[in-house]
Design a protein around this ligand. Structure first.
Ligand SMILES: [Zn+2]
Length: 218
């Protein structure tokens, strides 16, 4: 699908409320002649779409927007480190919730309260708020919780990731019968998201999906 079609649904919303100009291109941070999508012409050429990856149960579907290129990785890092909201606006353009999911609710990947306090914000929650604004689907941070502190996933191997994260989330029984979309920035091994989906299903969620901004090639 051409980029212009992908961006259309969100562009008015972004232009109205998220992208206060003038600002620099979010990729190169140099060019000041940027479009409503937050990129200069040269950097827009570097955007690569990522086909939706294969997923396993307990997930019922995944959408991913961008291929995890060097430029996207740098944006993700700046977003996580500084909570620059222009990145949330930028990333929201590449999140999608298909009609056929009949989504009732968006939820972020929760952070343990201690970690959230230290970090000052949960980037996944910020994305969720933006996507909720763009789609009109409500979001909540009150139904899925991180109850156990765990090690940073990215330094671990895949089996270690699964062990590390196991039993660290809890879901409220109010999710019963709902179609829930987990919203996150990067989909890598999926260990965290699968664990979230597992506890949501265990608490009675009908369907659990993932909308992620970006995913590396595997
Ligand atoms: Zn640029």
């Amino acid at each position: 699908m051409p980029i212009s079609d992908r961006l259309k649904p969100h562009i008015d919303f972004l232009a109205d409320s998220l992208m206060p100009g003038p600002y620099e291109c979010l990729f190169c941070e140099e060019e000041e002649n940027v479009g409503e999508d937050g990129l200069c012409d040269a950097c827009r050429e570097k955007l690569l779409y990522m086909p939706n990856p294969i997923y396993l149960q307990p997930l019922d579907g995944i959408t991913v927007g961008l291929r995890y290129t060097e430029e996207v990785a740098a944006c993700v890092m700046r977003f996580k480190r500084y909570e620059q909201t222009e990145y949330a606006g930028f990333f929201t353009q590449f999140l999608s919730v298909p009609e056929e999911w009949h989504a009732d609710l968006l939820v972020p990947v929760p952070m343990h309260p201690v970690k959230r306090h230290i970090r000052g914000f949960n980037h996944s929650e910020v994305l969720c708020a933006y996507l909720s604004h763009a789609t009109g689907i409500p979001y909540t941070t009150e139904l899925l919780f991180k109850t156990k502190l765990t090690f940073e996933q990215k330094k671990l191997t895949q089996p270690e990731r699964r062990r590390n994260i196991r039993g660290s989330f809890e879901a409220d029984s109010l999710v019963k019968g709902l179609n829930i979309v987990i919203v996150d920035d990067v989909f890598t091994t999926g260990a965290t998201v699968y664990e979230c989906a597992k506890v949501l299903k265990r608490s009675g969620a009908a369907k659990v999906y993932l909308a992620a901004v970006t995913s590396p090639d595997r």
